[in-house]
Design a protein around this ligand. Structure first.
Ligand code: PLP
Length: 418
């Protein structure tokens, strides 16, 4: 497999005349097709809905595209709730899956009509005090231990701060029923960035069996099960991407095996995908500006970890294409670096690439989710613009680049305080 950018060198050169690098660019066509496929893959379930995880790409133009494709939003903070509201999302299209939640945020979530997903049993009382108990409440489950698919350990829920234990969640449903809740949801997020068609079906089985147990023990009938995020994308070109239709059918099969015989065949399936919805449909576009030869070969680009933190933060691999050199032999070994005074500010280490010249345009792949969003301002570096490549091939700026005035804005009135 090879990764092909969704823009050509000619297109990039045109765009750069108007918007200098670095910038993030998103592919509207790809985003829409992918969202439609997800909806189709789960169309066997009447109530299916994707709540896009806003944290992955908190950009109104992107949220609006997903809204047009029938998605809601999944929020975890005041600002994300406010952004959803400003983009026109309303009940029941907003989910609030937060943890360590401030009381004001519970109250605001209720105000905007979000479905509240409780991370902890103690939050029942806090929710009641902050804004009263709504008619619909979701609870987040943590089964503890390790989470495996066949014999492979995928993640470690026992070490994760999220969700409730089984005795707690059963008790939570009892208390919520007592307090008048009419509609109940069940949620869990057990593994991140899974490149396996088995993740959702395996998770679904755990949640479906728990829903049956909850019904038997408390009489509470769950209305929706939220499989949350975690369906991933292959960042490296050697991996096969997930097949959303196989995943949808896998969940369907478990649904028919576990929920239907238990009389729970009306349960709606929800998802809260972030990465899967956006990552492949975003590129960070950057220009090679420096070439350095010491003990290793370095290419300095005009983007840095401020624009894409994943490589610096987790050593994450992001594929790189040198535009116009797609077919050239990868016979040069480079570190591709940004300019931060941090040695981990490298988009690639010891990467085999075509020979790079100053002025070459590089596409860093799969930056559409958890890319721009993780940006920060270390070294006084400014966040880039975001550009949308529309379905008709035209270009639209959907967020301007930060200016130094934005960077100084929180200092207005503080220049003379000492
Ligand atoms: C981060 C997050 C998501 C999205 O995760 P992806 O890995 O981007 O799919 C969904 N739900 C919750 C609660 C999250 O914290």
């Amino acid at each position: 497999m090879t990764k092909k950018p969704f823009i050509t060198k000619e297109q990039a050169t045109e765009i750069i005349k108007q918007f200098p690098t670095p910038f993030h660019i998103y592919d509207e066509k790809g985003i829409r097709e992918n969202a439609r496929n997800l909806n189709k893959a789960f169309s066997w379930n009447k109530g299916f809905r994707e709540y896009f995880a806003v944290k992955a790409t908190p950009t109104p133009a992107i949220l609006k595209i997903l809204k047009e494709e029938g998605c809601g939003t999944d929020c975890s903070s005041y600002s994300e709730l406010l952004m959803s509201k400003k983009c026109g999302f309303e009940a029941p299209y907003i989910m609030f899956s937060s943890n360590d939640t401030p009381s004001e945020e519970f109250a605001f979530a209720r105000e905007v009509g979000a479905i509240i997903n409780l991370d902890d049993i103690t939050h029942i009382e806090i929710l009641e005090k902050s804004c009263g108990i709504p008619e619909t409440v979701c609870c987040r489950y943590n089964p503890g231990g390790t989470f495996s698919i066949s014999t492979t350990i995928m993640d470690n829920p026992g070490d994760a701060k999220y969700g409730m234990t089984k005795p707690q969640i059963i008790e939570a449903y009892r208390q919520l029923k007592e307090k008048g809740v009419k509609k109940f949801g069940l949620h869990a997020f057990l593994a991140s960035n899974t490149v396996s068609n088995e993740y959702y079906p395996t998770l679904a089985k755990i949640l479906f069996e728990l829903a049956v147990e909850v019904k038997n023990e408390t009489g509470v009938e769950i209305s929706f099960i939220n499989l949350s995020g975690g369906v991933g994308v292959p960042y490296t070109p050697d991996k096969e991407p997930n097949d959303i239709f196989v995943i949808g059918e896998g969940v369907h099969k478990v649904f028919d095996e576990v929920l239907v015989p238990a009389g729970l065949g009306d349960i709606s399936i929800y998802t809260e995908l972030g990465r899967y919805m956006l990552a492949p449909f975003g590129h960070l576009v950057t220009t090679a500006i420096r070439k350095k030869h010491i003990y290793k070969e370095y290419i300095g680009v005009d983007a840095c970890a401020v624009n894409l933190m994943r490589p610096a933060m987790y050593g994450a691999y992001h594929h790189i294409t040198v535009l116009g050199k797609e077919n050239a032999p990868c016979d040069h070994k480079y570190d591709i670096t940004g300019s931060l005074c941090e040695n981990n500010d490298k988009f690639a280490v010891d990467r085999m690439l075509p020979e790079i010249d100053i002025g070459d345009i590089l596409v860093i792949h799969d930056t559409g989710a958890h890319g721009f969003a993780m940006g920060y301002n270390y070294n006084g570096k400014l966040k880039s613009a975001e550009i949308l490549l529309r379905e008709d091939g035209s270009i639209l700026e959907i967020r301007r680049a930060e200016t130094v005035d934005d960077y100084f804005a929180t200092l207005d009135g503080y220049w003379d305080v000492l």
